[in-house]
Structure formats: C-alpha cells, structure tokens
Design a protein around this ligand. Structure first.
Ligand SMILES: Nc1ncnc2c1ncn2[C@@H]1O[C@H](COP(=O)(O)OP(=O)(O)OP(=O)(O)O)[C@@H](O)[C@H]1O
Length: 527
C-alpha cells in the first residue's frame, strides 16, 4: 500500500477518530473498486476525499453507509468496530449521507420529506410539530434555513440540498457524508453551503466530503485523502499541500490547470438567435428575448445562476421545446413558431446536444454503453436491413468512443448505470462529438468530472472548435466560463443582461450581470 502520510499528528494527545477504516476490499465482478482501503477521520473535522472518476470514492462511502457490503475489512466508529450490514445500522451509529443525486420526493413538502422514513422513531409523538421544530432549529443553529411547508419540487437545488442535509442529521448524525455536494450549486449557493458545513463542524459534526473541485478542498477541509484505482494513495493536512500537488497525486502525472485556447479565425455564422422567447406550459415566460450569433469556430458560454432560462435555451435550440416568439437560424434554415423542428430534425441540421442532466436526458441507464452510443443515431449507419440494427457497426462505434474518450473501465459492455459519473459524462460527450456537429449545445459538461477528464474534455471542445464547430456552452462554473469561452452571454431571469468578449470579463462583472445589472453598469462598477 502506498500510504505516505504527511503532516499527521503534530504532537500532543493522539487525535480522536470519529471513523476509521481498515483494509476494505470491494469488487464488482472483475473490477476492484476498493483495495485495502485505510482511512482515519478525526472527530469534528472536515475531511476531503478526492480521486479520478472511477477511483472508488462512492463505493467506499456506500460501504460506510451500509449500502454495499465490503468483501473484507473493518469499520470503526469512535474506536468500536461496527458491522455495517444496512443503512439502518449506519444511521443508528450516527452516519448520515447526502447522495450525489438527491433522494427526495418532489411532490411532498419539506416537512413530509424530513418525516419520511422516520415516522416510527423520534417523530412519532406529535410528529408534525416535532418535525417543524427540528427544521426551525436546524435553521437557527446551522443556517439550514428552509420553509417547512414549501413543496420540494418548487425549491431551487440549493434548498433541496438543505432538506437532504436536515434529513441526514435528523436522528442526531455525528458523521455526515457528502458526495459531490456542490456539483449542482451556483457559486452563491456554494458560499452559503460552506458556511453551513463550517457551523456543523464547529458543533462537533465530522464531515466526509467527496469533491472534484480542488479549490473547495483547499478552502474547506482540514485534511484530504487521495484515492487512485481503488486504493488510498496519500493523505495530507490541507494546510501543507496545494492544488497542484493534489492534482498530481490523483492523476499520477502533472495536470494543466489552465486551458490552452487555440486561436481559431471565426467563420460564417452557424447559429443565429433573434428575439427568442419561450413560455412554459403554465404560461410563465422563461426566455425573454435573446439576440446572439455564434460563428463557426467560436465558443459562446452562457453564464448565469441556474434556473434563469439557460436550460430552456439549450432545449429550445435542440428542438425539445418550441419557441413562443423569435427565430433560430442554423446556416440558412429558419426555425420559428410557424416552422418548428423537433430534436431529430435539429440533429439532421448538424446540431448535437449534450444535455445538462445525463441521467435523465443523456443516457438510458439500464441500456449498455453500446446501445447508448447510438441514441439519436439509430437511423443512420447504425441501422441494419429492415427494422434491425447493425450490431457490428454499433460495437465498433462504441469501442471507438471508449478508446478515444478514455472511458473506464475500457469496455462498452456495462450498463450505463454501472459507470461512474464522470465516465457516464464521457460516454455522452463521445456520442455527440463523434457526430462531427456544426453546432454543439453543451450543458454543464464537467459536472462531476475529475480534473484529468476536465482537461481532456476542454481539449476535445477546443479541437471541435478548431474544426469549425460553433459551440454554445451553459455552465454555472464561472471559472469554466472564463477559461474556455470566446464570448460570454449572461442571463438573469430569462433576460440577456450582457454579451461580452471574454477579455472584457471578470468574475465580479459577471456576478453583477448574473444578478440582473446590465453589462455597461457592471463593467463600470467592476473597474
Ligand atoms: N454497482 C456497480 N456495478 C458494477 N461496477 C460498479 C458499480 N458501482 C461502481 N462500479 C465500478 O467501480 C469502480 C469505482 O466506482 P465509484 O463510483 O466508486 O468511483 P468514484 O470514485 O466515485 O467515481 P466518480 O468520481 O466518477 O463518481 C468503477 O470502475 C465503477 O465502474
């Protein structure tokens, strides 16, 4: 085991460990997801767990939470060994977990969700009043403020996450596991979330945080452990390491934390959007008049707090939603209310789409990677004679995607659900980029993706740009927007508050525009 620990135990009494893991092994068929994993987590600390996609982080957390049985190894809580045979056992021992994909019941209220599953326990007596009091207390003590009577479906993701945390803590959890908690949060929500975690730590809660964002590790954690290919390869005190060192420990080589943007001379307009409006089924106007164009070889990034119309913009251009007013032009083809086009027709015009939600839109999780690699392309060369599919073509195509996009494990035989999050994202990107699109629509391309894969995805996007593709990218990550965009469109409440060159932009000005300030005022205020 390559367990080189630096900066541990600086004199004084031996630290108390809330959690200790010894020699955990776990295989899925031939895949060794965890190998002799060892970990010690100090009480009342925030401990980061990092590693590439597929390194085995979620597997380890699922074992700690009793969702998977380890093949071998021990788990100690407060120094006592516990057989984690189910989540109920984990919860009884004070472990709470917030999953990457929330597990709330959308039509229920916050209160109902917090009660769900605990009806028999502490909430049985006078349960509604007790739960209401619990939610109020969590707000007062930790900043987990949320309206108990709001319907979960109506809450922004940041508040839904608070509900998940309240649920995880409701039985008095002392160890909180968070799997990629900020992947879906806006920068503003992330700040609030950090404050909550610090408040919890100050109250003695031990937090295990899985994240791909090294700046979060640096800003928030006390210690950090690195996993690679199923093993724990290093442990560090956060104060004694750097983003660069952590990136290298994770990937096993130096990683470029900056993207090289090739100088591409922009060509003819490939996508033009004028006076675009969209109203949803309830008549609420989500897009309120957008005007922009993207030339061949250009990358336009849409920045904004999520829920400000960006998702709808991608869906309207992809042909999933129809505009209520205005027009879209792809080359010389016009799409408007009287000339609507569906997703298949947009694809035929050369528009590829990497949707924001890979689980619901990008993949069919029970299908294998081969089947997923032809979604939307089943009528092209993948089609065999009559109503059949050309299996040999599909297998070759999937194998190419796996190879070119470095999908791990390197096989197209698994069901999409069995790949780790980042590898699922690579499968979607591979399918859409392989179509050599004229226009690529991408939503949150690096959500849940590790640092090596981010570097790779950016390179592929730059290559596509160099080949003359016009790219429209939606991202809540300002760092991402600033590092890869040529121009930036800012949306706030469905309106276009700015369209500026990247060279003119900085985080402050963008933040102001995202809050609804127009670009002239924002740029002036930022200088
Ligand atoms: N239920 C499963 N069945 C089969 N293989 C699985 C299953 N869950 C995980 N694996 C495999 O185990 C390995 C570790 O996956 P895991 O999800 O733990 O990685 P991770 O570090 O959390 O990755 P990511 O950062 O992408 O979420 C991967 O190779 C994955 O394909």
């Amino acid at each position: 085991m390559a367990d080189h620990d630096k900066g541990a135990g600086v004199g004084g009494a031996a630290p108390a460990f809330a959690l200790e893991v010894r020699g955990i092994d776990k295989s899925f068929g031939a895949v060794k997801a965890n190998r002799d994993v060892r970990l010690k987590v100090a009480k009342g600390s925030i401990h980061g767990i990092i590693g590439e996609n597929g390194a085995g982080k979620s597997t380890l957390m699922n074992i700690l939470y009793g969702m998977y049985a380890a093949d071998r190894g021990e788990i100690l809580i407060d120094g006592e060994e516990v057989k984690m045979t189910s989540s109920a056992v984990a919860i009884r021992h004070g472990i709470g977990m917030v999953h990457q994909h929330f597990m709330l019941v959308a039509p229920f209220t916050v209160l109902e969700n917090v009660m769900l599953g605990a009806e028999k326990d502490f909430l049985l007596k006078d349960s509604v009043a007790a739960t209401r009091e619990l939610i109020r207390g969590m707000g007062a003590d930790y900043g987990l403020v949320v309206d108990a009577d709001a319907k979960v479906a109506d809450l922004p993701v940041g508040l839904q996450q608070r509900v998940e945390i309240i649920k995880a803590l409701r039985g008095g959890a002392k160890i909180l596991i968070l799997d990629e908690p900020t992947g879906v949060l806006t920068p503003q929500e992330t700040e609030g979330f950090f404050a909550i975690l610090r408040a919890l730590r100050d109250e003695g809660v031990t937090i295990l945080l899985i994240t791909h964002k090294l700046q979060e590790i640096m800003a928030l954690t006390d210690r950090v452990s690195v996993m690679r290919q199923g093993e724990m390869v290093a442990h560090r005190a956060t104060a004694e390491t750097s983003r660069e060192e952590l990136a290298e420990l994770m990937v096993g080589r130096k990683v470029l934390l900056q993207v090289e943007r090739p100088a591409v001379a922009a060509g003819a307009p490939a996508l033009r959007v004028s006076g675009l409006r969209y109203s949803d089924a309830d008549g609420v106007e989500r897009i309120k008049g957008l005007d922009f164009e993207i030339r061949a070889g250009e990358l336009l990034a849409v920045a904004g707090v999520s829920g400000n119309g960006q998702s709808e913009l991608l869906d309207v251009i992809a042909g999933i939603l129809q505009p209520s007013d205005g027009r879209i032009e792809i080359g010389d083809v016009v799409i408007d209310r009287s000339h609507p086009r569906g997703p298949a027709e947009m694809r035929d015009l050369g528009v590829s789409h990497v949707p924001e939600d890979r689980h619901h839109r990008g993949l069919i999780l029970p299908f294998d990677a081969k089947e997923n690699c032809i979604l939307g392309f089943q009528d092209g060369p993948a089609a065999g004679a009559g109503y059949t599919l050309d299996r040999a073509h599909i297998a070759a195509r999937a194998a190419r995607h796996v190879e070119e996009f470095d999908v791990r494990p390197p096989t197209a035989e698994l069901r999409a659900a069995q790949y780790s999050g980042g590898n699922q994202q690579k499968l979607v990107l591979a399918r859409e980029i392989d179509a050599a699109p004229k226009v690529l629509l991408v939503g949150q391309p690096t959500r849940g993706v590790d640092i090596g894969a981010i570097e790779f995805i950016y390179k592929r996007l730059m290559k596509l740009k160099a080949a003359g593709c016009a790219i429209l990218l939606v991202s809540v990550e300002l760092e991402e927007v600033l590092s890869i965009a040529d121009r930036i469109l800012v949306m706030s409440n469905g309106e276009q508050t700015g369209l500026i060159d990247r060279a003119e932009a900085d985080e402050r000005a963008l933040g102001l525009m995202m809050a609804g300030v127009t670009s002239e005022t924002a740029l002036e205020a930022a200088t």
